[in-house]
Design a protein around this ligand. Structure first.
Ligand SMILES: [Zn+2]
Length: 479
């Protein structure tokens, strides 16, 4: 017996030593050298300002589509970027989606795609008074460029165009063919990107690296990490909404039955809320934890992150406590609509609720449906899919692939002391469609201070514009 205790003690001690060694040898690989950024081209800021002044709003329905403004935007592109329009053949897909092809010297390499969209969400009329600049003025003040769409996503589009135009001016020709793809309806239907990908598929095209908007650089994610974190999106969660309906004969509220349709549905919703889907560590999030582990200032957090083989459940429990990190390890379920009743003295016959779910890679809308059905376990509640919008989780880009490593290297060469980590995107972007024809889709642009997405005071730091310009320039140059 004593011997067993002694062996167990020795084993525990060995594990303890192993954990400590793994923690203290997990050192950050910081890029200490100074970064030398190229200056923005002379007219780049004026071009960005002009792009914002063209109000390329995405409408809710096709009938309100402002063709004249989208035509003006096309003319703006043609006159502002003459070398691109002279040297890179343009294909127009579905009226306003553009593909520019920059032939490389080595056509045996699969092409790279740099993509962005130039439609913007409308500005709420009631919120205009809250803005500190004209939403479509393209004003430049306090080191920012202001206006709807400057971040989402004209920051990427204009930076890509400035980078390509200035390389063309130097007579540069890339080794790898580069396609510049710009969409006109990402904020509404996203049909343009679907049509573009269909066009590529009809030509049997496949791509190497595809870079789209999505991930950014943040210093606020984790208080224990003092360095900026560049999050490179490597996959997108899926999206499904379930409609729950309870039906029971209603009637006069003066003689109520014991259990109404509202009671039945509330009961079902409470069961779903009380039983979240189990947490799961997917490969991109495990890679994210590994990437940030070395930079954590808090010894105990660092120990947990450096030894996931032992502390996985502790780390996941702590992630589950914060809604932002919880969404990374779980297919989420949340009631978003609850409808029932018409008058205060009538017991309603129907009650309907929507449950919105964002699905982790590796699970499906069918898994969500089955889970909700099992959890409610009540055949009187009818469950159906909400058909308007639904998408399965995307495949994910391997963080050990050359494409991911290439973007990581470029980010490190434009931002000093940055932590680069993969991330799962919770919203859908145009690049989702490209995952069918590329294993190297990533979502990233080097914005460090992105404020006002879809809201008031959308603005971009001029220094972020410079970072974006440098980011795309390095990618174009094949770094
Ligand atoms: Zn966008």
């Amino acid at each position: 017996m004593k011997k067993i205790v002694r062996i167990l003690g020795l084993l525990l001690f060995a594990i303890f030593i192993f954990v400590i060694i793994k923690t203290i040898t997990n050192k950050p690989s910081m890029n200490k050298q100074e970064v030398n950024l190229l200056a923005l081209p002379e007219k780049a800021i004026d071009h960005m300002s002009a792009a914002i002044q063209l109000r390329t709003e995405t409408p809710n329905d096709d009938y309100q589509f402002d063709t004249a403004t989208f035509m003006r935007y096309r003319t703006f592109l043609e006159t502002t970027y003459p070398l691109i329009h002279k040297n890179l053949p343009r294909t127009i897909v579905d009226s306003f989606n553009y593909i520019y092809e920059w032939k490389g010297t080595d056509t045996s390499i699969l092409p790279m795609v740099l993509m962005a969209h130039y439609d913007v969400v409308p500005v709420e009329a009631s919120a205009i008074k809250l803005w500190h600049a004209k939403p479509y003025g393209g004003e430049i003040k306090e080191n920012y460029i202001w206006g709807r769409g400057v971040l989402d996503d004209k920051s990427s589009m204009i930076s890509i165009l400035e980078a390509a135009e200035s390389q063309l001016a130097k007579g540069f020709q890339p080794k790898q063919t580069i396609l510049l793809c710009f969409g006109a309806d990402e904020e509404s239907s996203g049909k343009g990107a679907t049509a573009v990908v269909k066009y590529f598929k009809s030509k049997n095209k496949r791509f190497d690296l595809v870079v789209d908007e999505g991930g950014e650089i943040s210093t606020e994610d984790n208080k224990s990490i003092k360095a900026p974190i560049a999050s490179i999106g490597v996959g997108e969660k899926g999206y499904v909404t379930l409609v729950l309906t309870a039906q029971k004969a209603g009637g006069h509220s003066s003689i109520p039955a014991s259990h109404t349709a509202i009671d039945m549905l509330s009961n079902a919703i409470s069961k779903v809320s009380a039983n979240p889907m189990p947490a799961k560590l997917t490969p991109p999030i495990e890679a994210y934890l590994n990437s940030i582990s070395a930079y954590n200032d808090n010894f105990f957090q660092k120990m947990g992150l450096s030894n996931l083989w032992l502390f996985k459940s502790v780390v996941m429990n702590s992630m589950a406590e914060n809604p932002n990190t919880n969404a990374l390890i779980r297919t989420t379920l949340v009631p978003t609509v609850f409808n029932s009743g018409v008058r205060d003295n009538v017991i309603p016959t129907f009650a309907t609720a929507y449950i919105n779910s964002r699905i982790l890679p590796g699970q499906s809308s069918k898994d969500v449906f089955d889970y909700v059905q099992r959890t409610i376990n009540d055949t009187s509640i009818k469950i159906t899919y909400y058909k308007n919008y639904m998408t399965e989780p995307s495949p994910t880009t391997d963080v050990n692939s050359k494409n991911y490593k290439r973007v990581e290297k470029v980010v490190r060469s434009i931002v000093k002391d940055v932590v680069v980590a993969p991330m799962l995107m919770v919203g859908a972007t145009d690049s989702r469609n490209y995952r069918e024809i590329s294993d190297g889709v990533v979502n990233f642009s080097p914005l460090t201070d992105a404020k006002g997405y879809h809201g008031i005071d959308e603005r971009m730091l001029i220094s972020d514009f410079q970072k974006c310009f440098n980011f795309y320039t390095l990618l174009i140059k094949g770094e």
